[in-house]
Design a protein around this ligand. Structure first.
Ligand code: PGA
Ligand code: ZN
Length: 430
């Protein structure tokens, strides 16, 4: 495909920070892609170049982009990687490289007459030498924000609800209803003026501690028999201090922390836990994963009530889908940073059973797809994720569908930059 025009400009992300949007033009089409930005960033993520500097870099390489023709996504991504010439993309910046990689992908999809998820699925199928599944992911709604994403006392970063139904339409409507009801509960408890939104559109209030937030979530689920389970992204590197973990005023060793998690998981019937330990602690991740395997008894049946949108058979079937692989997902984010070398270590050490996939942790689409394949080859699940600083770009929805990911983590169904991701999945399956 020949590129006849290329541009990169600075736009605002959802926190009002500067980020990049790249635009590429072929003889027939134009496509653009923008990149998000994290706040609790893993040490092993690729380098993010300050947007002003990234524009300067782009001007230096623009003629190179226009000079050559690239046949495949991998050809184009490899060209960018070679041009950068560093291990962590610090020369051109992972953000600049990703904006170009995704703009190229979208342009190529248009040239091929494909939807973006179809284009991704085609490449992914080729990597698999066969056909890869296209399916709707489970939406993972981050309904209470803490940690680095909100100004409150919560040590854990994300308190999520995850629908147990496979039907995305139902899942999305349950998530929206739950989020609205949660607002009423929090308004009653803390006063309307004291409830605000965190970075990922989940609520923030003066919760006493993690348990109080979990109790509120859990009570609202059981009161209404919602087909939902609770998930956590504890983002433990944020409360790790010199070998220990500080939660509230208490210090925990990694063994004590593991016991604390096991108790919470059991008490609140938690389905998934992300980044439970510091980003270099492969061993503690492995110990928790081992302790959780086969430990839990499915408690799904309590959702089998007569409510219109709950189909007991379906939920029970879905539970068996989940438990085929594992009972509780231990998801690696900062530990693996969508990086093949880090994932290989995690797989070898059995430090989890699911990986969080963030394109901007590694910097190109083709490298990302290979990481997902490595996960699947080793019986790990994949959860495609947004960042806390987002744009209106909805490419992660297509990525999740195109690789048949287990989940899509895109915040609460509230602010537009989060909603567009979920509603893109709705559109794909409408
Ligand atoms: P971040 O947080 O985008 O601020 O890194 C998201 C996460 O930790 O999953
Ligand atoms: Zn995370």
């Amino acid at each position: 495909m020949r590129i006849i025009g290329a541009s990169v400009k600075i736009i605002s992300d959802s926190r009002g920070n500067e980020t990049l949007e790249a635009g590429l033009r072929s003889d027939n089409f134009f496509a653009s892609a923008s990149v998000p930005a994290g706040k609790s960033i893993g040490t092993h993520e690729v380098f993010v170049l300050e947007p002003g500097k990234a524009i300067e870099k782009f001007e230096e390489i623009k003629s190179e982009i226009l000079k050559k023709e690239y046949r495949t996504q991998e050809d184009f991504d490899k060209f960018l990687i070679a041009l950068d010439g560093t291990d962590n993309k610090e020369n051109l910046g992972g953000n600049l490289i990703l904006s170009l990689s995704l703009a190229w992908a979208k342009l190529k999809a248009k040239e091929n007459g494909q939807e973006f998820f179809e284009y991704i699925n085609k490449i992914f199928s080729e990597i698999f030498f066969g056909s890869a599944i296209i399916k709707a992911p489970k939406p993972i709604f981050n309904v209470i924000n803490g940690g680095a994403h909100a100004k409150n006392k919560l040590d854990f970063q994300e308190f999520q609800v995850i629908p147990t139904t496979e039907d995305f339409n139902i899942a999305y409507s349950v998530g929206r209803e739950y989020h609205r009801k949660l607002k009423n509960v929090l308004d009653d408890k803390f006063g309307n003026e004291n409830v605000s939104l965190g970075d990922e559109a989940g609520y923030s209030a003066d919760f006493k501690n993690n348990e109080e937030a979990l109790e509120i979530l859990s009570e609202l689920i059981s009161k209404n028999n919602y087909p939902l389970r609770i998930g956590l992204d504890t983002a433990a590197s944020q409360y790790y201090r010199a070998g220990n973990y500080i939660i509230g005023k208490k210090s925990y060793s990694s063994e004590e922390l593991k016991q604390y998690y096991l108790k919470l998981i059991d008490t609140f019937n938690i389905l998934s836990i992300e980044d439970p330990f510091f980003e270099e602690d492969f061993v503690s991740f492995a110990e928790l994963t081992a302790d959780l395997r086969g430990l839990k008894t499915p408690k799904q049946n309590k959702f089998a009530t007569g409510q219109a949108w709950i189909n007991a058979d379906k939920i029970n079937k879905n539970w068996s889908n989940i438990s085929n692989k594992t009972d509780v997902l231990v998801i690696t984010d900062d530990l693996t940073t969508t990086n093949p070398g880090r994932l290989k270590t995690a797989i070898d050490k059995k430090s989890g059973n699911a990986i969080l996939i963030k394109l901007n942790q590694i910097g190109t689409l083709s490298e990302t797809l290979k990481v997902v394949k490595m996960a699947y080859d080793n019986n790990w699940q994949a959860v495609v994720s947004h960042r806390s600083g987002e744009t209106m770009d909805d490419f992660i929805a297509d990525l999740a569908v195109g690789v048949g990911a287990w989940g899509l983590k895109a915040g609460a169904p509230e602010k537009p930059e989060r909603i567009v991701k979920y509603e893109r999945v709705l559109k794909i399956f409408s």
